[in-house]
Design a protein around this ligand. Structure first.
Ligand code: ADP
Length: 356
């Protein structure tokens, strides 16, 4: 028995009301083991006196079951949160994760099973669409976009931002355009860095990256996840206090299978799937006829398989690609086209589902 094995066992202790464990939340400050006695020091920030009691007894129960442990001593340092937890339509649970991003009400991840389905395009336009619907409803708080796609960070290009984020103390200040605060790995990592080095980097840096951005007050933070369903994505999903995830897929069957695997990942960490959106659904000709270039029905089938809602179909739209390349999202440049309307409808749906 050693401290590593004790830490491993502590990963089985969940923070009350959360799917995440106390180790991944960074609450375990020290572990000692000698002569059969395991000593664990925890630091919690909570205003609820039941939380430390519950965590302490869960730790005691877990460790006393381990072979070689005869005694368990748990000390808990409790501090009161500085900021009141944000109110959010009765769905709010307070916990360390929320305190990590105290001014942010709802964090929504955008995921896909593989690259190239338009996940970044979707994230960027969803962020701009959320700003529009919130502004129309008199909200003055902002929307944020966190581009965690280390393999192909495209938010800076699509949002027309390129300046290095300012650093204040230890905090990164997001850059802003179209009313959306943007932070992207693309603004931080050197383009020359080979992609193979970025994989391991994600684990270490993303947690810091997520915690060290001065978002200020946000109603929604849209998180563009790296494509895929591997460990990097999973660790990221665990790091962020997500309200839910949107899965983006294209209509063909192969894309559906990868999206499904992606969705299973969220099940593992108890992040609800808000819905499935289909991108590149069809191409509309001038006479209104539709060509289903990549097949049909993949998004709906994925939504059914995941027992979640189908959020809508974004058509293939040349203006969308041009806008992305020019750094003006289509929702901003051409809000009247069908693709923009779909983004705005999805944003409106989120606004209703997650009250601000
Ligand atoms: P991902 O983030 O999934 O890798 P991107 O968002 O970078 O995908 O999109 C890949 C490419 O497809 C980009 O050039 C983008 O402009 C284009 N694209 C995405 N969605 C559409 C669409 N609905 N119509 C036309 N082009 C699109």
């Amino acid at each position: 028995m050693d401290t590593t094995q004790i830490e491993e066992a502590l990963k089985g202790v969940k923070y009350p009301g959360f799917s995440r464990d106390i180790v991944s939340f960074g609450l375990v400050k020290n572990i000692e083991f000698a002569n059969g006695t395991a000593k664990v020091g925890l630091a919690l920030t909570t205003a609820d006196p039941r939380v430390p009691t519950q965590v302490k007894s869960d730790v005691e129960n877990t460790l006393s079951r381990l072979d070689g442990v005869t005694e368990v001593e748990v000390s808990v340092a409790v501090s009161k949160p500085n900021t009141p937890p944000p109110a959010a339509g009765g769905k709010q649970v307070t916990g360390p994760a929320q305190q990590a991003l105290p001014g942010v009400k709802h964090i929504i991840a955008v995921a896909s099973g593989k690259g190239g389905v338009g996940k970044s395009t979707f994230s960027v336009n969803l962020a701009c669409a959320l700003d529009k619907v919130l502004t129309e409803n008199g909200r003055k708080r902002r929307v944020g976009l966190m581009d965690c796609d280390i393999y192909g960070p495209s938010a800076p290009l699509m949002m027309g931002v390129s300046q290095q984020p300012e650093i204040r103390g230890e905090m990164l200040i997001p850059v802003e355009n179209f009313n959306v605060r943007v932070m992207s790995m693309g603004l931080l990592i050197d383009e020359e860095t080979p992609v193979v080095w970025r994989g391991p980097m994600i684990m270490k840096t993303i947690q810091q990256f997520a915690a060290n951005v001065e978002w200020g007050e946000l109603d929604f933070l849209v998180v563009d996840l790296p494509p895929g369903t591997g460990d990097a994505q999973l660790s990221l999903v665990q790091t962020l206090p997500l309200r839910g995830a949107i899965v983006v897929t294209t209509p063909q069957a192969a894309a559906v299978n990868v999206a499904r695997r992606g969705a299973m990942m969220f099940g593992k960490v108890n992040v609800p799937i808000i819905g499935v959106a289909e991108n590149m659904s069809y191409l509309e000709a001038a006479d209104g006829s539709r060509q289903y270039i990549f097949g049909q029905g993949g998004g709906k089938r994925t939504a059914e398989a995941l027992e979640t809602v189908f959020l809508g179909e974004v058509p293939l739209e040349p203006l969308l690609r041009e806008g992305s390349d020019q750094g003006i999202p289509i929702v901003v440049s051409d809000p009247q086209v069908v693709a923009s309307k779909v983004f705005l409808e999805i944003a409106e749906r989120l606004r209703r589902e997650f009250p601000v």
